[in-house]
Design a protein around this ligand. Sequence first.
Ligand SMILES: [Zn+2]
Length: 234
Amino acid sequence: MSAPTGSEWTVKVAARSRRISLRVYPGGRVTVTVPPGTPPLTVERFVSKHRAWIDTQVAQMKLRVAPTSDVAPKTIALTCFNESWAVSYQSDKRAGWDSPQPGHLTVFADSLAAPQWRDALRAWLLSQAQQRLAPWLAAVANERGFHYQRAQIRRQRTRWGSCSKSGTISLNVCLLFQPPAVVRYLLIHELAHTVQMNHSARFWQLVESHEPQWRELDKLLLKGWQNVPGWVYV
Ligand SMILES: [Zn+2]
């Protein structure tokens, strides 16, 4: 089925659903969930009726995903630490990276046409996040009186962080491209989940007690995907 708007949508039949519902995911994918036996024409009418809403949501959700591009960067801004790194590339059979001094990164790759340089940059990015984001989380937890089990760094295209029931906090490596105040808010947000595993009023009260500016910072975080360089997700 093609969408009347031109955006892709898929129909999902859910045995337990009682009515037709729409969901737009980060990146702009649209899913229509229908009860078993719903006639296709009913589904199409439903989508047509909500066309304006879908268009608005798709436009917003397209901004909630990191863009991609295949250009090898000459500089990388780690906004989170107010740093600009100069990147140079050296031809080498053995792919990898070296940082002779902070702010200078050398990438070794067979050729810039190969995916090696991206792998090397991503490995460097991950090491920066592991060395610097994880201790930051520990410091904020200590300062604010939160307890978590462990931190892990991940590279995800649509989530900034998460907190599991067992107390593992996952942080997206792309937080490095966000302003410090935004990152600190995300850390507090995930730490607050160690107390409240939901987004209830109580949860937001707790967040507010540690970060009164959370509303603005949360909005900035949603837009933050646009700050992520394209090579991170190719
Ligand atoms: Zn949350």
